[in-house]
Design a binder for this molecule. Structure first.
Ligand code: OGA
Ligand code: MN
Length: 306
């Protein structure tokens, strides 16, 4: 039986049924899921029973796994789960709710700012696959914004002005917005800032995307005030409600998103009361967006012509 697709919007977010991700996929299902992923950018797979190995195996359909972000944190926040998977829970290594002042909790609060995963790495993330192993009965939704629709809705003059811009991103920039600056030199050195294009083209669809996030520090080549204002305005534009899907979690949902063309954020819930145990497998993109853009046929042709 082929997979079933229930779109949430015409070309953004869809629920996928009639597939068991714990089993190897048939070639047809694999292809159908990939096509749906490129088209909808956010896919929801309800009622999946996955081991960590199965979760990782399904992630690898979309590319190589990204090294776990937690491996850069000096505190031991791993241990609790498989080392290939990021721990996005509010739990400590005894599966108890984190203390209010815990470093893991404070750093995790940055997930509540609109972002796209690993834009601050030289090679950013392509896909993230978040698996809900325990959910809050109320609150704790994850919201997604469609950065393709956001790009398309910009005024032509703005598009022309920003299309060739480059942005510097750092994970410590978004953390600092919350006043969380408690990082060692070694942690900072492990995640230096990265440059990414502001507008990228998604090869599978040809659609362009407004590639920004709360990690965005500055637009290269602009005076600081202009850069900050532009980043603020683009973020406000991209997260208007007509571009947003809000996901209400059910236990054992697997939700995957295309980091190249969506923003996401966690939302409030009573973290001191409910256990929320989310596991994230992250797939790497194919390269740095600036390097890829510089090497694109159009860029090479422009250099040859000049
Ligand atoms: C993530 C993330 C938000 C949430 O896993 O990358 O940002 O709702 N999660 O847990
Ligand atoms: Mn995230």
């Amino acid at each position: 039986m082929a997979i079933t697709i229930y779109p949430v919007y015409a070309d953004f977010a869809a629920e996928i049924g009639d597939v068991d991700l714990a089993k190897p996929l048939s070639a047809e299902d694999r292809e159908a899921i990939k096509q749906a992923f490129w088209k909808y950018a956010v896919l929801v797979f309800p009622a999946q029973e996955l081991t960590s190995n199965q979760h990782v195996a399904f992630a690898q359909v979309f590319g190589p796994m990204e090294p776990n972000i937690n491996s850069y944190a000096e505190e031991v926040k791993q241990d609790r789960i498989d080392g290939r998977i990021s721990d996005v829970s509010n739990l400590d290594h005894n599966d108890e709710i984190l203390a209010a002042g815990s470093r893991k909790r404070l750093s995790g609060l940055a997930n509540r700012l609109w972002h796209t995963d690993s834009i601050f790495r030289h090679v950013p993330a392509r896909a993230s696959l978040l698996y809900g192993r325990a959910i809050a009965p109320i609150g704790g939704n994850t919201q997604f914004a469609d950065l393709r629709a956001a790009w398309e809705a910009l005024p032509q003059a703005t598009k022309d002005r920003i299309a060739g811009l480059t942005v510097e991103h750092s994970i410590f920039h978004s953390r600092a917005k919350l006043g969380f600056t408690d990082y060692t030199d070694r942690e900072r050195a492990a995640l230096p800032p990265a440059l990414q294009v502001l507008v990228r083209t998604i090869p599978e669809t040809g659609r362009r995307s407004l590639y920004t996030a709360s990690h965005a520090m500055r637009v290269m080549g602009l005076p600081e005030a202009e850069s900050t204002q532009l980043l603020e305005e683009l973020m406000a534009h991209a997260t208007q409600r007509q571009f947003v899907y809000s996901h209400r979690w059910r236990l054992n949902d697997l939700v995957m998103w295309d980091n190249r063309c969506t923003l996401h954020r966690g939302t409030d819930y009573d973290e001191r009361r409910w256990k929320r145990d989310m596991h994230r497998a992250t797939v790497s993109d194919v390269g740095n967006t600036c390097e890829r853009a510089a090497a694109s046929p159009a860029a090479v042709a422009a250099r040859v012509a000049s």
